[in-house]
Design a protein around this ligand. Structure first.
Ligand code: HAM
Length: 415
């Protein structure tokens, strides 16, 4: 028997109610904050991701699905959404549009990770990006949108964590201090962190091993090494967030798993602890567009994993509105009635009423059982006698009451 590949899953009809609900909230949020939809290809030139996400990140180092196509092009299934949107922004000359340009996406993402609860090899992300404005008020708006999105979904008990990791000017200074600090603790570091020390010292702050976390707790903080511009930006952002009433906490050791961030980084997590618990994260990436060949353009964005949202909706017992159900089930007994059922179902559907046909040859009892499972409001029952009389039996599924209705009055009655 074939099975879905490890780390992937089918989204079965029973789960679709969550996806429908979340997609509606995505559309509402983006409409409210003025973001327009963008869809980019599932795969891109591999170099787009190694240049943006960063050679030294786990994603590029070990998690990308990379392949050569028949033309010899090296391609990668997108391991995140930001790089593709940046590529599209530059490629389509969106810098000529009034700035900021605000775009969103909801797309499958591929990472070769070790599967576990909330961590998949294919997952979906809702993400959004705003280009062309470096003002801290835009950071506040982007963070506010993420927070309000989760609140509108009905998720409570969330934490909003915030940090600033500086810019091209001040970060090297901080990294040098951080490297010095960790060099003194090399002997106590896990093998991964030892390797990271030379290549990507920021990532040391993010190690989940208790022994490394203990060392991280006393490490120098990026906020103490910000240049005056970054410091002013961060302090204004905190004021904006305070005015918006967002309950953020500054987490001096919040760094993100992608290399393109500058200044603001933030994450939203459920209050309950858990390794794979982060619902979403984002931040500024003011140098990325230029690094990808565009003109210098500040930008900021956020993305959240849909599967993790669903996990949290279930954990928190959020009641999801049911999907719209078909209105009518068409049951019939005998050959003549089967023909009439096809005609009648078509007439009702053309008039905008949703009708599910049961399969022929089944007993009336079996057909009514199916109607119950489908949770329709009404079942139309026809047999030879009804066809001859030009009527149907209309059964109200909630009360089980039945009435005889002339066919020419059926539409009016159902509407
Ligand atoms: P990220 O933190 O790597 O950021 O991913 C965003 C979210 O996707 C995570 O917070 C998590 O909810 C979900 N996620 C990530 N990996 C997995 C996985 N293996 N299985 C299930 N869910 C997962 C980014 O990707 C950035 N592009 C976000 C961003 C947008 N920054 C600026 N703009």
């Amino acid at each position: 028997m074939y099975q879905a590949p490890r780390g992937t899953s089918d989204i079965l009809p029973d789960e679709q109610v969550y996806w429908y609900y979340i997609k509606q909230q995505v559309a509402d949020s983006c409409q409210r904050y003025g973001y327009q939809r963008i869809d980019t290809p599932l795969f891109e030139d591999s170099r787009l991701f190694s240049r943006s996400v960063g050679e030294e990140t786990d994603i590029v180092d070990k998690e990308m699905y990379t392949f050569k196509d028949k033309g010899g092009n090296q391609l990668t299934l997108r391991p995140e959404g930001t790089a593709s949107v940046c590529r599209a922004y530059v490629e389509h000359g969106m810098y000529n549009l009034p700035q900021p340009v605000k775009l969103y996406y909801l797309a499958p993402i591929f990472r070769y990770e070790r599967p576990q609860a909330g961590r998949f090899r294919q997952h979906y992300q809702f993400g959004y990006e705003a280009f062309g404005d470096d003002d801290s008020s835009l950071d506040a708006e982007v963070i506010d949108m993420a927070w309000q999105f989760f609140r509108a979904l009905g998720l409570n008990s969330l934490l909003l964590k915030l940090n600033s990791i500086g810019c091209k000017e001040c970060r090297p200074n901080y990294l040098a201090v951080l490297r010095d600090y960790y060099t003194k603790h090399t002997g106590e570091l896990c093998p991964d962190c030892k390797a990271r020390l030379a290549r990507n010292p920021l990532r040391l702050l993010d190690c989940k091993r208790p022994s490394c976390q203990q060392i991280a707790r006393l490490a120098p903080k990026s906020v103490n090494y910000l240049c005056p511009q970054c410091e002013a930006h961060f302090s204004q952002l905190k004021k904006h967030l305070g005015r918006l009433g967002l309950p953020f906490t500054v987490d001096n050791y919040l760094v993100r798993g992608l290399d393109y961030y500058t200044r603001t980084v933030f994450e939203i997590q459920p209050e309950v602890e858990g390794g794979q618990s982060t619902l979403g994260g984002g931040g500024r990436y003011d140098s990325l567009i230029e690094e990808l060949g565009g003109s210098p353009t500040p930008a900021i964005g956020f993305a959240a994993g849909i599967e993790r949202i669903i996990l949290n909706l279930k954990r928190q017992g959020v009641v999801i509105p049911p999907l719209p159900k078909p209105k009518v089930c068409m049951a019939h007994i005998g050959d003549i009635a089967a023909e009439e059922a096809i005609r009648l179902a078509a007439t009702l559907r053309r008039a905008g009423i949703s009708v599910v046909a049961t399969s022929s040859g089944k007993s009336l009892k079996a057909q009514l059982r199916q109607a119950n499972t489908l949770q329709v409001s009404y079942t139309i029952i026809i047999g030879k006698q009804e066809v001859e009389a030009g009527t149907v039996v209309l059964r109200d599924m909630a009360t089980s009451e039945q009435q005889i209705v002339p066919v020419d009055q059926l539409l009016e009655q159902l509407s």
